[in-house]
Design a protein around this ligand. Structure first.
Ligand code: AMP
Length: 114
């Protein structure tokens, strides 16, 4: 059995995904179960499980994810705005324990989120 996370397997092309961006620090692909017209996951290649597992050395990496989100939002034509989300742990609604930033757009978001 592979010990890689699902998202590492996507990054290694072992599981197919609709990849929209990739660089030396992260990969971004369309969510398989989109909840908005644009729903993209931006995932660091480093398999940090949750936000609680981040270390001081990951500070730049996490900032990078947001700059990539901004770039992809522009590419996707989300000029009217968008939402970024990181779910953390069970009550945060996290399903895949490889930290990722959701980029959601293309419809009006509501608050509070579910
Ligand atoms: P989270 O609940 O924050 O852990 O988000 C996990 C996300 O991964 C969910 O929105 C899922 O729809 C998405 N997901 C699960 N499997 C895949 C896959 N094979 N390819 C793309 N997205 C996936």
């Amino acid at each position: 059995m592979s010990e890689k996370t699902l998202f590492q397997q996507i990054a290694d092309r072992e599981i197919p995904a609709d990849i929209v961006f990739e660089d030396e620090m992260c990969i971004a692909f369309r969510d398989i179960n989109p909840v908005a017209p644009t729903h993209i996951l931006i995932v660091p290649l480093k398999p940090v499980p949750t936000l609680n597992d981040l270390e001081a050395e990951d500070e730049m990496l996490m900032g990078h994810l947001f700059l990539v989100a901004r770039k992809i939002a522009e590419d996707e034509g989300l000029e009217n705005g968008y939402r970024t989300v990181i779910n953390c742990g069970k009550e945060g609604g996290q399903e895949v324990y490889h930290i990722h930033l959701h980029l959601l757009g293309g419809r009006q978001m509501v608050w509070p989120p579910g």
